[in-house]
Design a protein around this ligand. Structure first.
Ligand code: HEC
Length: 175
């Protein structure tokens, strides 16, 4: 049903131009409200995003993408194209635009760990304060892939026992 728009894996990732994102003079016009088309003008194939806040999105939205190698690697490519300049390679808020641009919060925090996938999807879709919306740059499938990648980033810094067990040579320790 979404053939032709939802699965454009081959499209080239645009070169990131930081000035487009954090020019403060653009902020007033860039709020999510301005992006909502008036009713009756929704283009074909465009599904309006209707979740009012990240709590609602977190409760109702489920990540439809599998946790497959392909999805993680897509998420990594997208993260490294769109998010890394502010959030940093490991998600710690130490991107290259900092400190010229205010340091964003860590994405490998317990707060984000405890967000449902839908809440993270909501922030990427709508933006949040200084964080721009990515709704027009990443299609939903791409946003979900980035969410999966953020989970992987978190686990890479906070490996679970299971992650260790998968590693070769792991020896169970008494706690
Ligand atoms: C231009 C810099 C910039 C870029 C690029 C950017 N962010 Fe952000 N992000 C921020 C800032 C600043 C905040 C803090 C917003 C606030 O004060 O609420 C933030 C907040 C967030 C949060 C919520 C963190 C929290 O603790 O509330 C998430 C999740 C997030 N960003 C994910 C992403 C992802 C994923 C991308 C790439 C698709 C991305 N960001 C791209 C600047 C950026």
């Amino acid at each position: 049903m979404f053939a032709g728009c939802a699965f454009q894996h081959e499209k080239p990732y645009p070169v990131f131009a930081p000035d487009m994102h954090y020019n403060p003079s653009l902020k007033a016009q860039e709020g999510p409200a301005m992006r909502t088309p008036p009713s009756g003008t929704v283009p074909r194939g465009f599904r309006p995003y209707t979740y009012p806040n990240l709590e609602a999105a977190g409760k109702e939205l489920k990540n439809p993408s599998p946790r497959s190698k392909a999805v993680f690697s897509q998420g990594k490519t997208l993260y490294n194209s769109y998010c890394i300049v502010c959030h940093g390679k490991g998600g710690e808020g130490d991107g290259s635009v900092v400190p010229k641009y205010p340091r964003p919060p860590s994405l490998i925090s317990e707060k984000i760990r405890d967000y449902p996938d839908g809440s993270i999807f909501h922030v990427i879709t709508m933006g949040q304060n200084l964080m721009p919306s990515y709704a027009d740059r990443l299609d939903p499938e791409e946003r979900w892939a980035v969410v999966h990648y953020l989970r992987a980033l978190y686990r890479s810094k906070n490996p679970s026992k299971d992650d260790f067990k998968k590693a070769e040579g792991y020896v169970e320790e008494d706690q």
